[in-house]
Design a protein. Structure first.
Length: 244
């Protein structure tokens, strides 16, 4: 699929857009970097050790950023007795790259699927390492199974401040690539929901639809090449015709 002449805003946190930008260029499109979110630590190494005190069980990671935050702290924490589960292969790859063995990854990269298929027994402990914006889906599914859910805020997700020229880029791009529900929220807050978007993953697509984005293409797989293809598809969705 060619994107000749198409401008696509790439919106992951600063410093993490290079791979997607290269994929878009290879397809003939012009990538424009506008980070919509940023991450800040919420837990220290001592804090993580405190979370891990007591009986071991499962550590649940539901985002690549959570995986990166954990691997940054893990040198000071004891993970040997814990079993680690990742919501999808993207998150699992970050964990493995940081030296954290991953015991379980569900077939579908969704929090509900992770909760439903996690091989935990009733009464076992499951600690969800996440951000302040995590939804209650995983908690509800695990508690319904009798698994002891705990939540620890490992990092914080915040909207990145935007300059006026960055807002203009978002407004005039042919499509905007979104890799998280937080980015979809930040985009809606900055420019509204009228523009075409491509969503990486079912959860991101669900959030974007709930916000009111209708010119939306969900990537066929939770990969950056699929997101690049989806962005080009989204950029071809015509604007709705206003009634006279």
């Amino acid at each position: 699929m060619t994107g000749a002449g198409m401008r696509v805003a790439v919106t992951r946190e600063a410093g993490r857009n290079a791979k997607l930008a290269a994929l878009l260029r290879a397809r003939g499109a012009e990538p424009l970097e506008v980070p919509l979110i940023r991450f800040t630590p919420a837990l220290t190494a001592d804090g993580l050790r405190g979370v891990l005190r007591g009986p071991p069980g499962w550590l649940l990671l539901t985002s690549p950023q959570g995986a990166r935050a954990l691997t940054a702290l893990m040198g000071a924490a004891r993970l040997q007795r814990w079993q680690v589960a990742a919501v999808g292969e993207g998150t699992a790859q970050v964990l493995r790259g940081g030296g954290v063995p991953v015991v379980f990854v569900p077939e579908r990269a969704e929090a509900a699927e992770l909760g439903a298929t996690l091989p935990a027994l009733p009464g076992e402990r499951a600690v969800h390492l996440t951000s302040q914006r995590s939804h209650g889906t995983l908690k509800a599914v695990l508690e319904a199974r009798g698994v002891g859910y705990e939540r620890a805020e490992l990092y914080r997700t915040e909207a990145a401040p935007l300059l006026p020229e960055q807002v203009q880029v978002l407004r005039t791009a042919h499509a905007v690539a979104l890799a998280s529900g937080s980015a979809a929220q930040a985009l809606a807050d900055a420019v509204g929901v009228h523009i075409p978007v491509a969503a990486l993953g079912t959860q991101t697509a669900q959030v974007a639809r709930a916000l009111g984005f209708t010119r939306l293409v969900e990537a066929a797989a939770p990969t950056l090449p699929a997101l690049a293809d989806a962005a080009l598809q989204a950029g071809r969705i015509p604007a709705p015709v206003s009634p006279d």
